[in-house]
Design a protein around this ligand. Structure first.
Ligand SMILES: [Zn+2]
Ligand SMILES: [Zn+2]
Length: 330
């Protein structure tokens, strides 16, 4: 069983021959296709086409199966030579990366709006003259003010409600005027203030509360721990698993990672309880193994410390192949 930390592969023509492939450490030729692999922490790594297919065969298989519209046709036909026919494609739901936060973009940079494709800032009227940065699990995108109102009305309502001076007054007034009635402001996500790799752990006491629900997590229950990124002290904060999997911050790949890296005291029964708490499967995932089954298979295949002392275990155990470097760079 193989696992990789990637959630998407983007393809582009290499504008220079300076960048090196993260897998083979060889320069990627100018004018050839290169792949930007986005991992579950939103970091990008550059690969040759064939190296990307080796690192993330499931994502490559998905691009092929769906004839990915965001990939050049020539790149897809090249990619097909490097992907085995029996590789299960990644779930389509990996592409669900909701907008989690917005910020006003003061930088005088021009580029295309990720929603409408028109240059931003550019075009007539206030809707087009300002750029907004929208943050998601897989990175950030620039959008027109007029476009972001359609895409993330709840977050825009929060901008109006918070009345922060980081957003120009006329921009806030525009948002207020454009928002349809009855839109509630999206609450700030406590997950957004944390960083690094989240970890599953068994709560050693019942004192800590879930940052989503503010309810105490009982002693002996599973919780997610992550580092706070603001402030001087790098203190861990905790989330209940059930609240995380129902939040916009949830990404199935992140949960796979947590199960894969779970400490030895986490039991299979506890992972089964996570599976039971998952939201209903996404309809677009009708051609892949359900997430619950994948989590249990990862749990069963994950390397365990006690097995490393038994050389024969490798012959019988279903070992998971974790890419080197990922856990240490993160
Ligand atoms: Zn390479
Ligand atoms: Zn736009």
């Amino acid at each position: 069983m193989r696992w990789n930390p990637y959630i998407d592969l983007l393809c582009e023509v290499s504008p220079t021959s300076r960048a090196k492939c993260k897998a083979c450490d060889v320069e990627i030729d100018r004018g050839s296709f290169r792949v930007k692999a986005i991992n579950v922490l939103g970091q990008e790594q550059l690969y040759h086409l064939d190296c990307a297919a080796t690192k993330a065969p499931d994502l490559a298989a998905r691009k092929l199966k769906d004839k990915a519209p965001d990939w050049p046709a020539q790149a897809l036909s090249d990619l097909a030579r490097f992907v085995d026919k029996d590789v299960e494609p990644s779930p389509r739901s990996y592409q669900r990366t909701p907008i989690l936060d917005l910020s006003y973009d003061k930088r005088d940079m021009h580029g295309d709006c990720a929603f409408c494709g028109v240059e931003v800032p550019g075009g007539p009227g206030i809707a087009h003259q300002h750029a907004v940065r929208a943050f998601s699990i897989d990175g950030e995108r620039r959008l027109h003010l007029g476009c972001v109102v359609q895409l993330a009305p709840g977050l825009c309502q929060r901008v109006v409600a918070e009345a922060s001076e980081r957003w120009p007054e006329d921009v806030r007034a525009f948002l207020k005027e454009q928002l349809p009635p009855g839109i509630a402001p999206t609450p700030r996500s406590p997950w957004r203030d944390t960083g690094g790799l989240p970890a599953l752990e068994v709560a050693p006491s019942g004192r800590a509360a879930c940052r989503y629900t503010k309810e105490k997590i009982a002693k002996g229950e599973l919780r997610i721990s992550r580092q706070q990124v603001f402030g001087m002290r790098r203190s861990p904060v905790y989330f209940s698993v059930a609240a995380y999997v129902r939040s916009d911050d949830f990404h199935p790949r992140m949960l796979e990672l947590m199960v894969l890296k779970s400490p030895p005291e986490v039991t299979r029964e506890q992972v089964e309880a996570i599976v039971a708490a998952l939201p209903p499967p996404y309809p677009e995932d009708d051609d892949v193994t359900p997430l619950g089954e994948r989590l249990l298979a990862l749990f069963d295949a994950k390397p365990r410390a006690q097995e490393e002392t038994q050389p024969n275990a490798q012959l019988t155990e279903n070992k998971v192949d974790i890419p080197t470097g990922f856990f240490f760079n993160a």
